[in-house]
Design a protein. Sequence first.
Length: 186
Amino acid sequence: MTTGSGFHPLRDDDWPEQIADLLPGFAGALNVYRSMAHHPALLRAMVELREHVVNGTALGPALSEITILRTGHRLGSTYEMQHHIVRARSRGVEEKRIASMTGTPSSMAPTDAIIARAVDELFDLKKLSAESIAALEPVVGKEGVFDLICTVGFYSILGFSLNSFDVPVDEEIVEALKAQPLGTAG
């Protein structure tokens, strides 16, 4: 589990005492957070935001995953893409929808295209256009518009870290995708 960057995922023996309570939970379970544990105060500060973005979002499980997959694609983050292929499947997102997130919005289901266009605008324009907000709000609500922006921001933080530190994809994800590559799930 080394990356050559000096920001490798920390092993249990090296886990900082000030965040010992995070080790048995999500932070100890994933290499991205094990790498972020090099900065314990930042990892601690991200706990509540992560909980909202992952589990409390107004986007709901499927559209949250669609947002994250498009964000991972735009970031060129293999880690995020592979993790969220597996998570999207577990949240009931169909293979075709998952695979479409690397394509053009015109090739996507209408709601997914609205999400993808919004994510693309955040990367390209650094804001949502009035047209995107008008298309998003009836689909996800006002809170969902904020949650989409926040999800892109949160996963951009993770993606920038993952890409900068060359964090390895967690072994269980590698194995899951070996056993069931994208496009082969029921």
